[in-house]
Design a protein around this ligand. Structure first.
Ligand code: ADP
Ligand code: ADP
Ligand code: ZN
Length: 214
């Protein structure tokens, strides 16, 4: 299956994508993670992307489309994949459709996780991530057993630079500018499903699995 997870910052895309990926073996492809690695490694692309990410703005379409096109040609994507954080604009969605069509493929399912803004702010300000393995935690909603230490690998937990209140608000604005357009783009194909993401992690997971297995 080729799946897209849509939804605002903090909706739980990464959290759910990791679980689906482990269960079905489809790779989770997060443009945010790929871009943050490039920033950490200070590649030319990373240096270019950093300004946009720090400001809560979108990295230009050409850059992320290039990243995705390269990633999707790798062997592990042949049996399916899970996109988390891409596409974020109609331009990106069109480029993805074109890239898949070139090899006779298409997106099988688009799942749009929706959560109200107040809850999203709580999720994003409390989010902590493992520097070593990328596992997501939340200070209140899914705390690690030991403060600042990853349950899975013992790595150090950190807070993303853009998970501060001012940048979060900017990211919401950017999201709202694109959300309806993206929904319209996918609504006609029959693959689009909106899912309430406001329940606890395990409940959202159950609803997602029901959709995937149904
Ligand atoms: P996204 O990838 O959509 O930005 P994340 O998966 O990183 O979102 O989740 C944002 C934060 O909210 C993380 O700290 C995560 O642990 C927490 N979280 C995710 N899903 C839920 C949920 N259903 N209920 C409560 N907290 C959640
Ligand atoms: P979240 O889901 O919590 O908002 P992401 O990790 O998906 O965070 O994205 C973090 C930042 O990376 C975005 O604010 C943006 O600057 C950049 N980014 C990630 N994916 C894309 C994309 N598909 N198009 C443009 N910019 C992106
Ligand atoms: Zn870890």
């Amino acid at each position: 299956m080729r799946i897209i997870l849509l939804g605002p910052p903090g909706a739980g895309k990464g959290t759910q994508a990791k679980m689906i990926s482990q269960r079905y073996g489809w790779p989770q492809i997060s443009t945010g993670d790929i871009l943050r690695s490039a920033v950490a490694e200070q590649t030319a692309m990373g240096r270019e992307a950093k300004k946009f990410m720090d400001a809560g703005e979108l990295v230009p379409d050409e850059v992320v489309i290039g990243v995705i096109n390269e990633r999707l040609t790798q062997a592990d994507c042949q049996a399916g994949f899970l996109l988390d954080g891409f596409p974020r604009t109609v331009g990106q969605a069109e480029a993805l459709t074109t890239a898949l069509a070139a090899s006779g493929g298409k997106i099988d399912m688009v799942i749009d996780l929706r959560v109200e803004a107040e809850e999203l702010v709580r999720r994003l300000t409390g989010r902590r991530i493992c520097r070593a393995c990328g596992q997501m935690f939340h200070l209140e909603f899914s705390p690690p057993a030991t403060e600042d230490v990853c349950d899975q690998c013992g790595g150090e937990l950190y807070q993303r630079a853009d998970d501060n209140e001012a940048t979060i608000m900017k990211r919401f604005d950017v999201y709202r500018q694109q959300a309806d357009l993206l929904e319209s783009y996918y609504a006609t194909g029959g693959a689009y499903h909106r899912l309430d993401g406001s329940a606890p992690i395990e409940e959202v997971r159950g609803a997602l699995l029901a959709l995937l297995d149904g």
